[in-house]
Design a protein around this ligand. Structure first.
Ligand code: ADP
Ligand code: MG
Length: 677
């Protein structure tokens, strides 16, 4: 089989099954995926110096002959590698640590390139732990701008370079452009093949920047184009039966008047927008965005009530069982007085759903199961939509007569970003919190104040019989075994050494649902004083009596996430507190955390996070799943603007969209069918 961009990496001779497995974890399955694994920075080894000219402190590349190489074993069992390199101007000493295998590579007599920092040791200039590369016509690890990749899952930058470079060389001619020539010329973009070459092995920083500009554009353009395509398809659809709104206006008004509180202006505005949607023949496709506690659930409940009045059933899907449970309680409390029956559907629901007469179905993605049949489904509400794939939305949609779709998110995405990422959605933003909520006093706690903080928590719990959360550090995947282990050991430590007289509970995603609910019930009933948990509670639960939120290793979280966690407290009458523990002394990371002491607006924190950490982290699919941006920055408004403009130009050009390179590029951003689990 000839090598192509679509060849599975498992079939590439120089990769092998072990590395292929590691690459899969990085979501790399084909040769193209590998070529689209972009470096996040470059090491500048482009200054090539004669040995006699090198300066202390300088990062250089030297090229010379290996005249000696020896492995030295120190008394402490360390292995040091010492070499001498010479060129026509002189000699230099080179040292590595703990790399004895180098003796097999760096043979005396070979010409080698070494790139690294020059230091001064025992009156001599020394190159310490430089990158090395036996000199070849084209060098990739030395003597140039060298790409550095995020190193995870045991895939090193050096390994990536050594595989990507030959693949690029072999396949460059087969990389075709999906953008029309005039678009490329208009923005002075590099061609696609040149773009891939320059992003990995740039000839200059300027070319690297141009490659990055082109790729950012590509990404935003394809996202926008795919969402415009979805929108135009969506708008061709009609609902099974139109909802009547005017006819039920007085019932809706009295429902709203009878709520235990007065809706905020922003809630009222969102309700109006949603009701207007629901009255149309085109199915609603709206995103309701509002901070934790802004009152999205009530708004959604009003929409579900209207569905009921129109004799339609509704689904409310939540990302976790705990949240589903809580939504169930909220919705049920509001709707039961009107004779509406709500079902809670999770993996463990025992009953045959179709046999029972419910109008509202609240649940987790167990709702997607084939066993669940819902008659007359008219409205789907999805909470924390970024946790669900678009695929699942498509599956749920199949269950209904082309139902209306309302998605909700607490992630504060600025309006322009939301419009790019979710171009097919209409947007309602609740930008106002219900009045009586108090600010959660927030403090960054440095290591030396940790003990005092524990004492304070003890006193606070004992005097006010309040409760506390302790959130254990975020580890890659928040419900991984490692994460659970971290929470467990923190729980043990706190119970034994810090709070022996208090009642502690442990919550993590690997517990059985029954156990989880049991712990949460106990926490609600005040039988637990301190709940130690993985970040699972992020989107979750409502415990008004809890007033203290402790977050361990806070620097690992995004500001938005911390803000959302903080939103778990401050729901009751008492003053609430958020303590951000950090073991890190870095200036930037402390400054970042300090922002939480002063800022209580999610959108502002999101912007700040974007500036301080970069969109890669803020928008990383792992944490937020917003889009799947690899390279584009959502603060790059200029590129967003032109990507938007070009996508709108091109959407009408059906021939171009059907052309193979563009169609193929778009596929990655198109809804795929998934299997139900
Ligand atoms: P979200 O889902 O946006 O995080 P919820 O809908 O769960 O927020 O509301 C959070 C809490 O605030 C709930 O206890 C809810 O009853 C209450 N709430 C909602 N809207 C209002 C309001 N307008 N005034 C007072 N309390 C409200
Ligand atoms: Mg909510």
């Amino acid at each position: 089989m000839p090598l192509t961009l679509d060849t599975p990496i498992d079939d590439v001779f120089m990769i092998g099954p072990i590395m292929a497995g590691k690459l899969h974890k990085l979501n790399i399955y084909t040769v193209e995926d590998l070529l689209r694994h972009y470096p996040f920075r470059y090491e500048d080894f482009s200054i090539i110096s004669k040995i006699a000219q090198v300066q202390i402190g300088e990062t250089v590349t030297i090229r010379g002959k290996i005249i000696s190489f020896k492995n030295i074993y120190t008394k402490l069992g360390k292995k040091i590698q010492q070499a001498q390199i010479s060129d026509e101007t002189g000699n230099i000493d080179v040292t590595w640590y703990n790399q004895p295998f180098l003796s097999r590579i760096l043979k005396v007599g070979l010409i080698v390139n070494l790139s690294g920092k020059v230091t001064f040791f025992k009156n001599k200039l020394v190159l310490t732990s430089p990158e090395y590369e036996i000199d070849k016509p084209i060098n990739i690890h030395t003597g140039r701008l060298v790409p550095v990749y995020p190193e995870t899952y045991g895939v090193s930058s050096k390994w990536l370079r050594s595989r990507i470079a030959p693949l690029l060389r072999t396949l460059k001619a087969t990389i075709s452009d999906f953008l029309p020539k005039d678009t490329i010329e208009k923005y002075n973009f590099l061609a696609e093949d040149e773009t891939l070459k320059q992003i990995h092995f740039p000839l200059s920083l300027d070319l690297a920047t141009r490659a990055r500009d082109r790729l950012s554009f590509d990404e935003l353009f394809l996202i926008k184009l795919a969402s415009l395509k979805r929108k135009s398809e969506w708008q061709k659809e009609t609902v099974g039966k139109r909802f009547k709104v005017n006819q039920f206006q007085s019932k809706l008004d009295s429902f709203i008047t009878n709520l235990p509180f007065k809706l905020t202006g922003a809630q009222n505005r969102s309700v109006a927008e949603i009701l207007a949607d629901l009255g149309k023949t085109t199915p609603t496709n709206r995103l309701l965005e509002g901070e934790v506690g802004s009152g999205k659930t009530v708004v959604a409940t009003i929409a579900m009530y209207l569905a009921y009045l129109n004799k339609f059933s509704s689904v409310l899907m939540a990302p976790t069982e705990i949240l589903a449970q809580q939504h169930y309680e909220t919705v049920n409390k509001l709707l039961e007085p009107y004779g509406i029956k709500t079902a809670l559907i999770t993996r463990n629901s025992k009953f045959k759903i179709s046999n029972l007469k419910f109008q509202i179905f609240v649940g987790t993605h167990a709702l997607l199961s084939e066993k669940v049949t819902i008659k007359n489904l008219g409205l789907i509400v999805i909470d924390e939509q970024q946790r669900f794939g678009v695929e699942q939305r498509a599956l749920l949609k199949e269950k209904g007569l082309n139902p209306h779709l309302l998605t909700m998110t607490a992630t504060p995405i600025p309006r322009t970003m939301a419009l790019t990422l979710y171009g097919e959605l209409d947007l309602s933003i609740i930008d106002q919190l219900p009045k009586e909520r108090k600010r959660v006093k927030t403090y960054v706690v440095p290591p030396e104040k940790r003990e005092a903080a524990y004492e304070w928590i003890k006193k606070e719990i004992n005097t006010h019989s309040t409760q506390a959360f302790v959130i254990c550090p975020l580890i890659e995947d928040s419900e991984s075994l490692e994460s659970v282990k971290a929470a467990k050991s923190e729980y043990e430590r706190l119970k034994k050494n810090i709070f022996p007289d208090l009642r502690l509970g442990l919550l993590h995603g690997r517990l059985k649902v029954k156990e989880k609910n049991n712990i949460l019930d106990k926490f609600k009933d005040k039988q637990i004083d301190i709940l130690v948990s993985t970040p699972i509670v992020e989107v979750g639960i409502d415990i008004p009596n809890a007033t203290i939120m402790v977050i361990e290793a806070a620097e690992r979280f995004g500001l938005t996430q911390l803000h959302q966690l903080r939103g778990r407290v401050g729901r009751g009458e008492l003053q609430s507190y958020c303590l951000l523990f950090s073991e890190i002394d870095s200036e930037t990371s402390l400054r970042r955390l300090k922002a939480l002491e002063k800022t209580f607006i999610g959108a502002e924190l999101a912007e700040l996070d974007l500036r301080l950490r970069g969109p890669g982290e803020f928008f990383g699919t792992k944490q937020h799943g917003i889009g799947n941006l690899k390279i584009a920055s959502l603060s790059d408004t200029k590129t967003i603007e032109i990507a938007d403009k070009e996508a709108k130009n091109i959407i009408a050009n059906t021939a171009l969209i059907q052309s193979s390179p563009l169609r193929k590029a778009l596929e990655k951003y198109t809804i795929k069918k998934i299997s139900r689990d």
